[in-house]
Design a protein around this ligand. Sequence first.
Ligand SMILES: [Zn+2]
Length: 244
Amino acid sequence: MVDASGDSKSILLVGAGGIGAPAAWALALAGVRALVLVDEDAVELGNLHRQILFEESGVGHSKVVALAEALGREAPGLDVSWFEGRAAPSTVAELVGRAGVVIDATDNFPTRFLLADAAHLAGVPIVHAAAVRWQATVLGAAGHGKPCYRCLFEDVPSGALLDCATAGVAGPVCGVAGAVAADRAIRILDGDRTAVGTIVTYDGLTDRLRQIEVHPRANCALCGAEATIGTIDARRYTNAVTCE
Ligand SMILES: [Zn+2]
């Protein structure tokens, strides 16, 4: 049972889709008490294969509302609240600042970098989870000597990238990403420092699950000794798409 009472122990889950839905379910059934959902999209028929907890009857309705209702049925003791909208430069600090840990289950790089920056600046640990085709990747990040998202990926990429619309994503791979992200978030709330500073990758074609230790990058713009990112500047978060 995770003690998630009070804002500092709540989990902020950004993205209620292919990764967010299974992550939310895992968190609810694990005994997490407080969950805040953020998403701006509606349930779509073509996404139901990976966005478990949604039903055909919910198509067209708000994802966060549909997910909150489903979680209410599965885990009545869970305190679920939601923000129907995008994690934007103007809203992210308030959302992240209240959380004990953030799960980034979003579908685009600008929002990933926005969440990474906001979490680091607020001193809140964050778990980034992504999936495309048969590959899932989960990174647990935090300050205090541990790497951040920008230590690995530096800046918002530009140009043509793989996304769900063109590359596709296997539903079970999203489930793995969501489950690993939920596991990490719970461990972080429990004070387990081994839950940050590593990447877990899963290959759905070979069943290979790997854990790779990563280290802070000395010249990282966010967490390095001479970091240049000290505030949320909306101009940093533009460009291309990714997958969830
Ligand atoms: Zn860094």
